[in-house]
Design a protein around this ligand. Structure first.
Ligand SMILES: Cc1cc2nc3c(=O)[nH]c(=O)nc-3n(C[C@H](O)[C@H](O)[C@H](O)COP(=O)(O)OP(=O)(O)OC[C@H]3O[C@@H](n4cnc5c(N)ncnc54)[C@H](O)[C@@H]3O)c2cc1C
Length: 422
């Protein structure tokens, strides 16, 4: 029988994503005794940082110029405290100290000046190495238990043996992009330590529409829209932003941000609908008046050309066809019934959402380990002292724009410093 390999460390971090690497760096930088701490990061993936590399379209949107609790969903009181511990300015300075300058784009998103996510990953990994943090890819953890004896810490069972650790930082992410290594098994590890896990659903995920819709023809087209998500007859979310039509349905920031509400409702078995107003900020009555003026001033203009003054032509054509109106008819010939129907589609378009696009396309996970089960000053578990939880595994998800990484850096820093005894 093969002998079990047992290593003993001060801090074992499970997961080498954004939160785990940040935790490793901040723990490694914390000098708490004469001897440097033994810190190991175990990760199940073959190579470290796959998700960082694909983030932000390969450019890694590191953070946002303004980060507030309202950019997140979850217990905002706790989120506020975690965010307050590491401001955006501190994040920028931290990256500068790692040799990475960030630039701000018009949208407020911050990226590395190189426009390469690799710059971010290399900086984090290099700093871990400099600090003597051992990084172990291909070390999937399949079990965690309390070791016996006073101050005995934890036994972590991984693909090649066992690690005995005084402190454990659980940074296994959620379920989004499972091929990156974050397949949700971290929730099982948290459960093994006595934690609860709220239902998890994809967030920041594109939505698939009924294939009888016209989305396929518009693939690649994007324009502004207001979206309203209605659950059980109640409006739970309204937002404005860029909507992207794709071969499967709809995507783009406004859809991605709204998706969590639709996914959560479906998970709960509640009826959920998403409506679009393609003339953002304008009411049905305002559009009706504009239409009447157009009919009066330019009666012979084609219906599609009238609409195309306010909408992309391709979209106007598809909408007119969908409304079963005659696209070649002059605007003044539009029967009132058709006009009313078109006004409804323009300002309260019921998207026939068939499903979300699934974990392979979700950027983040909504739901997870309740924030109330951790101490927000340290990210230490209130249920299993000595265990810390950081990043996406927690029940906190941010909107699109660099917020999820900011959460990972801030939480990772708190846990790293606390576990190292700062
Ligand atoms: C395509 C895409 C683009 C994104 N773009 C952005 C962006 O630009 N800006 C932004 O703010 N956010 C972005 N996000 C979200 C952001 O990447 C995540 O919120 C963030 O990476 C979460 O960090 P984490 O460390 O908590 O988890 P993860 O990055 O998921 O890391 C978890 C790590 O744990 C490891 N692991 C899991 N289970 C085990 C186990 N049992 N044993 C050992 N190791 C394990 C995994 O292999 C993984 O390396 C994007 C996400 C995706 C999918």
């Amino acid at each position: 029988m093969q002998k079990e390999v047992i290593d003993t460390v001060d801090i074992a971090i499970i997961g080498a994503g954004a939160a785990g690497l940040a935790a490793g760096i901040f723990a490694g930088e914390t000098v708490s005794g004469a001897e440097p701490l033994r810190i190991v990061i175990l990760d199940g993936a073959n190579s470290i940082g796959a998700k960082i590399l694909v983030s932000g379209g390969g450019r890694c949107n590191v953070t946002h110029e303004v980060v507030t609790p309202t950019d997140f969903f979850g217990n905002r009181r706790i989120i506020k405290n975690v965010l307050a511990s590491f401001s955006v300015e501190q994040t920028i300075a931290w990256f500068a100290s790692l040799g990475v300058d960030l630039k701000r784009e018009e949208t407020g998103k911050l990226f590395p000046v190189t426009d390469k996510a690799r710059t971010i990953l290399n900086a984090l990994v290099d700093r871990c190495r400099e600090l003597g943090v051992t990084m172990c890819p291909r070390h999937r953890v399949h079990g965690i238990e309390r070791a016996t004896g006073p101050n005995a810490g934890f036994r972590i069972h991984h693909a090649h043996g066992t690690v005995l650790a005084k402190h454990v930082i659980l940074a296994t992410g959620g379920r989004s992009l499972p091929k990156s290594g974050s397949d949700g098994f971290g929730y099982e590890l948290a459960r093994q330590m006595g934690h609860h896990v709220t239902p998890t659903v994809p967030a920041l995920v594109p939505l698939v529409l009924d294939d009888r819709m016209f989305h396929n023809r518009l693939s690649g087209l994007s324009h502004e829209a207001d979206l309203a998500t209605i659950v059980n007859g109640k409006t739970v979310d309204t937002r404005t932003g860029s909507l992207l039509w794709t071969h499967f349905g709809i995507s783009g920031p406004v859809v991605m941000d709204a998706s969590r509400f639709w996914c959560l409702a479906k998970e709960r078995g509640e009826p959920a609908e998403i409506y679009g107003n393609f003339l953002p900020g304008q009411t049905r009555e305002q559009i009706r008046q504009w239409f009447m003026e157009e009919m009066k001033d330019h009666p012979r203009r084609l219906l599609v050309n009238t609409l195309a003054q306010k909408l992309p032509l391709r979209f106007a054509e598809s909408l007119v066809q969908y409304a079963k109106c005659d696209s070649q008819a002059a605007v003044a010939q539009l029967p009132r019934k058709d006009r009313d129907h078109l006004l409804t589609l323009l300002t309260k378009f019921p998207f026939p959402v068939a499903r979300d696009r699934g974990w392979n396309y979700a950027e983040v996970t909504a739901g997870g380990v309740p924030l109330e089960e951790i101490n927000f000053r340290t990210m230490e578990s209130k249920i299993a002292p000595g265990l810390y939880l950081v990043g996406e595994i927690l029940d906190c998800d941010g909107r699109i724009g660099g917020f999820n990484f900011q959460w990972a850096w801030a939480a990772g820093r708190l846990a790293g410093r606390a576990a190292a005894g700062f």
